[in-house]
Ligand binder design. Structure first.
Ligand SMILES: [Zn+2]
Length: 280
C-alpha cells in the first residue's frame, strides 16, 4: 500500500506535460483557411493542406498516430500526402510518433537545430530528462535541420520557424500565414513557455542559457501578435470551449488576438514568479 502511494506521489510530481491520461480523440475540423485541427483532446496536431501536399505539425505519442491518421482521413485528405513533418519541441508527448509517421508517409522531418540531437537520440540527450528513461521515445532521423527564422514554403503557403527556446533548447513556435474569407491572418502555434518541475533557471549546468532563452522567447512571442492563437497543448488556448463556439458565433472563435496577448502576459507573470522563487 505504501509503495503504491509513493509511486502515485512520484507520478504526480512529474512534468505536468508528461503526466496525462490516455489520449482521447477529438473531432477534426477546419480552424481557418487551409489550417486544420487533427490532434487529440490534449496533445495538439495541425494539418496545413496545399495543392503540393500537406504539412503536419506535432506527431504526439505513438499511440496517437492512428487517431491523427483517422482525423486527416475524416476531413477527406490522405495521410500519405503528408510531405513535411514538424514539431513544437522535442518532448515525447509531441515527437514520439514521428518515426511511425515517417514510415507511413515518407514525409521529410524538419527540426530546429537545438532540438535535433534530442530527436535523434529519442530524448537521451535532453538537458533535464536524460537520466529518466520513462521520457525516452523512438530515435528518429531528422531530414532537415532548421534555424531560427527559416521559412518553409509548400504549395503557396508559408510557415516561419521562430526559436522560442527555454522549455527545450530548440522549442519552436510556428507562424502560418493564411487567408480566410478573403482576409489575411497570422496563426501562431506556441511551442511552450512552461517551466517544468525541476527546471533550474539559474546556474543550470546542462543548459547554461536557459534563463536568457525563456526571456527571449517571451519577447519574440509578444512581438509576433498572433491573430489565430494555438499551442502545443489544447488547454493552453481553450480548444474545447472554442470548438463548441465554432459555427455558433458570427466570428471565428480561433481568431482571437486578445486571447493570444493575454496568454503571453499570463505566462510572463508565471515565469517571473518562478524565477523570483528560484532566486531566493
Ligand atoms: Zn514539453
Amino acid at each position: 500500500m505504501k509503495k503504491t502511494l509513493l509511486i502515485f506521489i512520484l507520478l504526480l510530481a512529474r512534468h505536468a506535460c508528461f503526466a496525462y491520461p490516455l489520449p482521447h480523440p477529438f473531432p477534426p475540423f477546419r480552424i481557418a483557411g487551409n489550417l486544420y485541427y487533427v490532434g487529440t483532446d490534449d496533445l495538439t496536431s495541425y494539418l496545413i493542406v496545399t495543392p503540393k501536399g500537406n504539412i503536419l505539425i506535432n506527431s504526439e505519442l505513438e499511440a496517437n498516430v492512428p487517431m491523427i491518421k483517422s482525423s486527416i482521413e475524416k476531413l477527406g485528405f490522405k495521410f500519405s500526402d503528408t510531405k513535411i513533418l514538424l514539431i513544437s519541441h522535442a518532448h515525447f508527448d509531441h515527437a514520439a510518433g514521428s518515426h511511425l509517421i515517417k514510415q507511413q508517409t515518407n514525409s521529410k522531418y524538419m527540426v530546429m537545430d537545438a532540438d535535433a540531437s534530442d530527436v535523434e537520440s529519442g530524448g537521451r540527450t535532453n538537458f533535464n530528462y536524460a537520466h529518466d528513461p520513462s521520457t525516452y521515445f523512438p530515435k528518429t532521423i531528422v531530414d532537415k535541420i532548421l534555424h531560427d527564422g527559416d521559412r518553409i514554403e509548400l504549395g503557396g503557403t508559408t510557415l516561419i520557424a521562430h526559436l522560442t527556446a527555454g522549455h527545450t533548447p530548440g522549442c519552436t513556435s510556428w507562424e502560418i500565414r493564411l487567408k480566410d474569407h478573403g482576409k489575411q491572418y497570422k496563426a501562431i502555434i506556441i511551442g511552450s513557455l512552461s517551466v517544468n518541475p525541476g527546471y533550474q533557471l539559474i546556474h543550470n549546468k546542462t543548459y547554461p542559457n536557459i534563463l536568457h532563452d525563456y526571456q527571449h522567447a517571451i519577447k519574440v512571442l509578444k512581438a509576433l501578435h498572433g491573430d489565430i492563437f494555438l499551442a502545443s497543448h489544447a488547454g493552453m488556448f481553450d480548444l474545447q470551449k472554442k470548438y463548441t463556439l465554432l459555427n455558433k458565433t458570427k466570428s471565428n472563435p480561433f481568431i482571437d488576438p486578445q486571447a493570444y496577448e493575454k496568454y503571453i502576459a499570463k505566462q510572463e507573470v508565471m515565469f517571473n514568479r518562478e524565477l523570483a522563487k528560484q532566486a531566493l
